[in-house]
Design a protein. Sequence first.
Lengths: 144, 112
Amino acid sequence: MAESNKMHLETVIAKDDFASAGEASSKVKKTLTMLGVAPAQIKRISVAMYEAEINAFIHGGGGMAYTDVYPDRVEILIEDHGKGIEDIELAMQEGYSTASEEVRMMGFGAGMGLPNMKNNSDNLTIDSRPGEGTKVRMCFNIGN
Amino acid sequence: MNVTELAEITGGTVLSGRESVGNSISTGYCCDLLSHVMADAPQNCAWMTVLTHTNIIAVAELAGISCIVIPEGIAVPPATLEKADSEQIPVISTVLGSYEISWRLHEALQED
């Protein structure tokens, strides 16, 4: 199929709106389900995207999620203009977290966010500068 | 095993998502760290957690969880139940602890 057959979704990741955190991922999940993407693929996309969304919410002060669905793959960009990641290699380590005690009490900050993104995507790139924000790009091959 | 049956065997009450009480439950899962739940909760499980904030509904929806079980009679905020209703995620409240709920669920699944 031609590249133009994609679907494009843009979702705001609201700042300080805890109740809506995860809604961008939820919207993408519903769209992929409607498009007939295999449930196992939807599951891993949901897991990875939720983590990126929550990070943008908790650490980035909100941002945007851009999703492009192609016949053979799904590409997701999560962008925030928050405090950025000082040491990406360290942040990739399972169990490492800079989440506040308050956020940890709510079940976040397990230090599994970036590992979950890496384990569930086929390609993960993170561009981040301290003080300028973070861009997380993920690609998922969905067959066809 | 479905959500109505799980509520019955745990002496619990379905607080929300009543249109989805027919959701099939194939196993149980206990965890209070959301990243672990996202990564490891099996599809169609009953998820036992002491967390009651609104985001547990998003996690349940995204992870394909059949219902959330709040143990030990912990109160669930109205905002969480409203979100559960809009996402059609059943939430069961019971006075039992997670170990006892798991035990009863396991026994019932063996008989299924």
